[in-house]
Design a protein around this ligand. Structure first.
Ligand code: IDP
Ligand code: MG
Length: 138
């Protein structure tokens, strides 16, 4: 069964969008297999986004991601990686399809409310970054 990592980013938590994002997951019948809230340090955010360390926005992105609490979730189901990416919308909210989370709520290319893994390999790595096997519903 495919799994993916979802994050409600600090802007989403700050703006009271936890319920709205989870409502959309439930409405789409996406199974939540694990969930917790935490506040990453700058170092932890740098570790999570290590693939982007050469990008010009790396410093700002990791400042943002460590600026407040986040909600991390493991989502499970057939094709859930693509299904959840579709629900999120494009990275740049200006290019995101109408009705997607980012089109409806993002305020900035960086502050785009949610994260979702992009492939099975990255999903496995990202899930391991936050969850032990014991914490994931079987
Ligand atoms: P994704 O979140 O849609 O997978 P990625 O390209 O993996 O997008 O980028 C990770 C995160 O980095 C984005 O969600 C966004 O918060 C931020 N980001 C991406 N591109 C830019 C940019 O051009 N400027 C500022 N921040 C960006
Ligand atoms: Mg990405």
């Amino acid at each position: 069964m495919e799994k993916t990592l979802s994050i409600i980013k600090p802007d989403g938590v700050r703006r009271g969008l936890i319920g709205e994002v989870i409502r959309r997951l439930e409405k789409a019948e996406i199974e939540i297999a694990a969930m917790k809230m935490l506040h990453m340090t700058k170092k932890e955010a740098e570790g999570f986004y290590a693939v982007h360390r050469e990008k010009p926005f790396f410093g700002s992105l990791t400042d943002f991601m460590s600026s407040g609490p986040i909600v991390v979730m493991v989502l499970k189901g057939e094709g859930v990686i693509a299904k959840y990416r579709k629900l999120m919308g494009a990275t740049n909210y200006k290019e995101a399809d109408p009705g997607t989370i980012r089109a409806d709520f993002a305020t900035d290319i960086e502050k785009n409310v949610v994260h979702g893994s992009d492939a099975p390999e990255t999903a496995a790595e990202e899930i391991k970054y936050f969850f032990s096997e014991l914490e994931i519903v079987k």
